[in-house]
Design a protein around this ligand. Structure first.
Ligand code: ADP
Ligand code: TRP
Length: 320
């Protein structure tokens, strides 16, 4: 099966990105034909500093490799190394009704807040559709917040196919329900835009400091607590094994457990989970030529597939 997904280099990766998306990327590279990329064209809608965007692009590529994306198995590349993407985005844009894009959340939210929105943000879902359709993807592993973009992708593909004849494959989203939304330090969705993240490659001290910021209620230590409604427990449950989860839930209900103790354990679990990746990352940072080599090989491989599909689309609509 052809798997494809992308992640924006708009800042350091956080554990929501890992649990919601990257962990699936790693699992799915086994036994499938997987394509994963750093979505730097998309990041241009929010990062407006060339040096910073370049750095983030390198960082996210490095992070993905350190976390376990294997260029021997998956094609790992940078979106802008495949300029075919932007041509396909234009072809798709010509069959996309304005009304579909007007209802897209990120654009709608910005306008609702009275903020000026660029055309790039408005057209963002079309660029994402191009990313996906350009590689004949079957399955797209993402977090819940990307569901709407996947629906638009399918609708646009269908519209193009109905207009010009069968050209694109219709992709399916792959969303794991139990990690659909990882909560952040304040209980809202963990997201760079809310400043409520724990970064994957934070050092153990910083992780501990951030975990201490997780918002909890003011139930006294002695009182029984409900794990199901506690944000801290939700995060703990994502990192602990089944046995430890059950024991912790029992202790919540029994009373006599302070949130401070849970936080200490959670910080240790997070640091432990990424310890090996942290070492691999340090090795890659010390050898940027290796990352560059992966990038170039990925681009070459990705473009080979992209050129074939783009040509099919060009022929179909009469510009080829
Ligand atoms: P952010 O919201 O921090 O800007 P992105 O939009 O760059 O994160 O997300 C990259 C990927 O990580 C997407 O597939 C997205 O669905 C997933 N993701 C981001 N935040 C979360 C979260 N809190 N829980 C689950 N998945 C998430
Ligand atoms: N919009 C996605 C996000 O913010 C990133 C992305 C760009 C993407 N192109 C993609 C995800 C194609 C999946 C497939 O997370």
């Amino acid at each position: 099966m052809r798997i494809l997904s992308g992640i924006q280099p708009s800042g350091p990766l956080h554990i929501g990105n890992y649990l919601g998306a990257i962990r699936q990327y790693i699992a799915l590279q086994q036994g499938n034909d997987a394509y994963y990329f750093v979505a730097n064209y998309h990041a241009l809608t929010s990062v407006r500093d060339a040096a910073r965007l370049r750095q983030y692009t390198f960082d996210v590529l490095t992070d993905l490799l350190a976390l376990g994306l294997d260029p021997e198995r998956a094609c790992v590349f940078v979106q802008s190394d495949v300029p075919e993407t932007t041509e396909l985005a234009w072809l798709l844009t010509t069959v996309t009704p304005m009304s579909w894009l007007e209802k897209c959340v990120s654009y709608k939210d910005k306008v609702a807040q009275g903020l000026p929105a660029e055309h790039g943000l408005f057209a963002y879902p079309i660029l994402q559709a191009a990313d996906i359709l350009l590689y004949d993807a079957d399955l797209v592993p993402v977090g819940q917040d990307q569901k709407q973009h996947l629906e638009i992708t399918r609708d646009v593909a269908e519209r193009f196919n109905n207009t010009y004849g069968p050209t694109f494959k219709l992709p399916e989203p792959h969303i794991l329900p139990q990690v659909a939304v990882v909560p952040g330090l304040d209980g809202r969705k963990m997201s760079k835009s809310y400043d409520n993240t724990i970064e994957i490659f934070d050092d153990p001290k910083t992780i501990e400091k951030k975990v201490r910021r997780i918002v909890t209620d003011s139930t006294p230590v002695e009182a029984p607590k409900n794990p199901d409604t506690d944000n801290l427990y939700q995060l703990f449950a994502l990192f602990a094994d089944e046995e430890e989860r059950a024991e912790m839930a029992r202790r919540y209900r029994a009373g006599g457990l302070g949130y401070g103790e849970v936080k200490k354990r959670l910080a240790a679990l997070i640091a432990e989970r990424f310890a090996e990746a942290r070492e691999r990352r340090a090795a890659l940072v010390a050898d940027p030529a290796r990352v560059e080599q992966v990038r170039q090989a990925g681009a070459e491989r990705a473009r080979k597939t992209a050129r074939i599909v783009l040509e099919r689309a060009r022929q179909a609509c009469g510009v080829g």
